[in-house]
Write a protein that binds this ligand. Structure first.
Ligand code: 0O2
Length: 214
C-alpha cells in the first residue's frame, strides 16, 4: 500500500512545493548561462546537458515514511534535501570535478553536503558526485532558503544508474544477487570505459594542438 499525505498536509505541501520549483528554475537558468558561456566562449564542453526534476508528492511521502517520520509538509521541508533536484551530465569524469568546483564557487550558494561517489563508489557500483546546495528564493516580502540536490555524472554513469534504479524499483529494493553482482561488474567496466574514452579524447586534443601550432 502506498504512503500518502493526509488532505490537510497535502494542502500545506502544495503551498511549499512552488518555492522549490521557483528556486530550481532560478538555479537552472544560472547553470544554462554557465553552459552557454563555457560552450560558446571558452571552447569548454564540460556540460553535455542538464535535467531538473521535482520529487513527486508520493515519493516525498514514501521517503518520510522510510525515514520513520510523520508524513507532514513540515517534515518534508525540514528533513528532505532532494525535493528539488538537478542532474548534470558531462562527457568525462574529470569534468565532474571542474563543475563541482564551479558550483561551489557560485555566489549566494551554501554547500550543505558533498559526496564523492566517483572516487568512492557505493557498494552497489553507483558512481556520481552529489552536492546539496542551499540557495535563496526572493519574494516581494520575504526570502526563503531551499535545498537543491545536484548529481553530476558522466553519460556512462547515468546509463548505469538509470538501469540499476529501474531494477531496484522493479524488485522493490530486493534485486536478486546474480543481477546486483552483474551490475557491480558492469559499473567497473563502465568506469574503465570512461577512462579509455578520456585517453582518446586527450590524444585527439594533443593532435589538434599540434595542427594549430604548425
Ligand atoms: P530517487 O528516486 O532517485 O530520488 P538519502 O537518499 O539522501 O536519504 P543517501 O542514500 O545517503 O540518503 O543519499 P545519497 O547517497 O546522496 O543518494 C541520493 C540519491 O542518489 C538517491 O536518491 C538516488 O537518486 C541516487 N543514488 C544513491 N545511491 C544510488 C544507487 O546505488 N543506485 C542508483 N541508481 N542511484 C543511487 P533516492 O531518494 O534514493 O532515489
Amino acid at each position: 500500500m502506498s504512503v500518502r499525505f493526509s488532505v490537510e498536509e497535502f494542502a500545506k505541501l502544495k503551498k511549499i512545493l512552488p518555492i522549490y520549483e521557483w528556486g530550481l528554475r532560478t538555479l537552472l537558468t544560472k547553470l544554462n548561462i554557465i553552459h552557454e558561456d563555457l560552450k560558446d566562449f571558452r571552447d569548454n564542453h564540460s556540460i553535455e546537458y542538464i535535467r531538473s526534476r521535482m520529487k513527486a508528492p508520493e515519493s516525498i511521502a514514501q521517503k518520510l515514511y522510510d525515514m520513520g517520520l510523520d508524513v507532514t509538509a513540515d517534515n518534508a521541508k525540514t528533513h528532505l534535501k532532494d525535493i528539488a533536484g538537478l542532474r548534470i551530465i558531462c562527457p568525462f569524469a574529470r569534468d565532474i570535478y571542474f563543475l563541482s568546483d564551479l558550483l561551489k564557487s557560485m555566489p549566494d550558494v551554501n554547500i550543505l553536503e558533498e559526496k564523492d561517489y566517483v572516487s568512492n563508489p557505493k557498494a552497489s557500483g553507483y558512481r556520481s558526485y552529489h552536492l546539496i546546495l542551499e540557495l535563496p528564493v526572493f519574494f516581494s516580502n520575504k526570502t526563503e532558503h531551499i535545498a537543491v540536490e545536484i548529481q553530476i555524472r558522466t553519460e556512462a554513469m547515468n546509463f548505469w544508474a538509470t538501469l540499476e534504479h529501474k531494477a531496484r524499483y522493479k524488485y522493490r529494493e530486493h534485486v536478486p544477487k546474480h543481477l546486483s553482482d552483474e551490475l557491480i561488474v558492469i559499473a567497473e567496466q563502465i568506469a574503465a570505459l570512461d577512462n579509455r574514452m578520456f585517453t582518446i579524447h586527450e590524444i585527439i586534443s594533443l593532435i589538434n594542438q599540434d595542427v594549430q601550432e604548425i
